[in-house]
Ligand binder design. Structure first.
Ligand code: SF4
Length: 477
């Protein structure tokens, strides 16, 4: 049990972190991923393609930097008055015929959704691709309750049928090539043609036939939300395949699970994000499908709408003035596509539903840094993620901030304290420099440090000490 606060109200609840906590450390998982040549080829090809497409459409927007600044400012404002905006959203959704539920953690959210589905009598739900339902492990909770969740996004369907895990926010099956997808479909897709080839158009047609039948015979859908407009109580989902539109309009009951940070104040604010998101994400000028709905409309679309507002650690993130900027994220995945670490390891190495640079800063904060202590180090701090982020999240700053909170070995802490003391005392620092230059440790290039410092030089050379220190050089001149 951990003590959390939900929008300022202290609450004791099970941690319920769902799929946020890595089972093994990043270095261990990354080492295994680096040995998979096929994975690296797939990742390299996919990230290079998305990067180029995105850069092309971003270059068309003359005020892109101003848009980024606006997106960042809107998110800062949202977090500064989150309780007020959520209460406004609740009031508008309720007035429009929807029902709002509040969930402090993954366990509560799953229990709410399971109960809602059970009340409909359905033993199956169709799902729109949603990071937050992966975060809480909703599919597993539904299955445990005897309810079959069917993912309807093509890549999510591939992951689900392959009993696999997503490895990219936007392209969950980025680690699979078409031959592997054909095998998965032949093995697990009900009613598939045994003569299936690995042509993309043939694979897409097979998924389309299977999904069409499922859309028409399922009465409950579960979605996430990209945005919720407090001004009118309107929810928005953007997607590229049209499966989302089917899920959001065909069933009788729609259940939306949304992280509390997804609220925006007004439609004018939404306008900014609807420009930023597609260009940074899929490299499109606008999303092919933008679905918006406000409560229920008699005789049109779902006749029952439930909105589950999820905290699951977000209040704790909000309480950290530096860390809270991770809640600005609009899940575009641009930071993954430019990250040299992600491109080589893929998403599974992060051990969390949120991979890549944003996963390295968000997951440790949602679970507590000690539970994901290796993730803040899954970065070279090159800063490419900061440059790419459409809402200007300073991910390198966050990584350093979180590294400071990771429990360090006592020896390392003592060494750093000694170094800090020496740097604070000029005479001592000069003496230490003289000693270091004389020492064997700083001798020839290529020599490593002895244990326990040998890890630092295992993959880099120890710099050779110069003939004279800067102070000596300066004094001479
Ligand atoms: S951190 Fe920025 S770049 Fe990365 S997914 Fe979130 S919004 Fe996109």
């Amino acid at each position: 049990m951990v003590t959390r606060t939900f929008l300022g109200i202290p609450a004791t609840a099970p941690a319920g972190v769902g799929h946020l906590r890595g089972e093994e450390s990043f270095p261990v998982a990354a080492r295994r991923a680096l040995g998979d040549a096929q994975l690296r080829r797939n990742l390299g090809h996919a990230t290079t393609t998305i990067r180029a497409k995105s850069a092309g459409v971003i270059a068309e927007v003359p005020d892109w930097q101003a848009l980024r600044a606006a997106g960042s400012a809107i998110k800062t404002d949202v977090l500064a008055r989150l309780p007020e905006l959520l209460e406004q959203l609740e009031a508008r959704v309720t007035a429009a015929g929807g029902v709002v539920h509040w969930a402090a953690d993954a366990n509560e959210a799953n229990a709410i959704v399971v109960d809602l589905v059970r009340a409909t009598g359905s033993d199956r739900v169709i799902k729109v691709k949603s990071m937050v339902t992966q975060e809480i492990g909703l599919n597993e909770a539904l299955e445990a309750a005897g309810i079959a969740p069917v993912e309807t996004d093509l890549a999510e369907l591939i992951v689900q049928l392959g009993e696999d895990r997503p490895s990219h926010i936007l392209v969950p099956a980025i680690h699979r090539n078409r031959a592997e997808i054909r095998e998965i479909f032949l093995r697990a897709m009900p009613g598939v043609d045994p003569g299936l080839t690995d042509e993309p158009v043939v694979l897409a047609a097979a998924a389309r036939r299977f999904l069409r039948q499922t859309f028409l015979s399922t009465s409950v859908a579960v979605s996430g939300a990209n945005f919720a407009v407090a001004q009118t109580g309107t929810l928005a989902v953007v997607e590229s395949e049209g499966n989302g539109r089917m899920c959001l309009t065909l069933p009788q009951t729609l259940i939306t699970v949304m992280g509390v940070e997804k609220v925006v104040p007004t439609w004018r604010d939404l306008e900014v994000f609807l420009q930023l998101l597609p260009r940074a994400s899929t490299g499109e000028r606008m999303n092919p499908y933008t679905s918006m709905w406000t409560g229920v409309t008699p005789g049109d679309g779902p006749q029952a709408f439930h909105l589950v507002l999820l905290d699951n650690g977000r209040s704790a993130v909000l309480a950290d003035e530096v860390g809270r900027q991770a809640l600005h994220c609009i899940r575009c995945s641009a930071c993954l596509n430019v990250c040299p670490v992600y491109e080589r390891t893929g998403g599974h190495a992060y051990g969390s539903v949120y991979p890549g640079p944003i996963g390295a800063v968000l997951s440790p904060q949602l679970t507590g840094v000690a539970d994901n202590a290796s993730l803040p180090y899954a970065s070279s701090l090159c800063g490419a993620c900061y440059d790419a982020c459409p809402v200007k999240i300073n991910i390198p700053e966050l990584l350093v901030h979180l590294r400071d909170q990771v429990p360090h070995p006592r020896g390392e802490s003592a060494a750093m304290a000694a170094a800090a003391y020496a740097m604070d005392h000029p005479a001592l620092y000069a003496a230490a420099q003289r000693a270091a230059r004389l020492s064997r440790l700083t001798g020839r290039r290529g020599r490593g440090l002895p244990p326990p410092l040998s890890g630092w030089t295992a993959s880099r050379d120890l710099p050779e000490a110069p003939a004279e220190t800067f102070r000596q050089w300066w004094a001479k001149r």
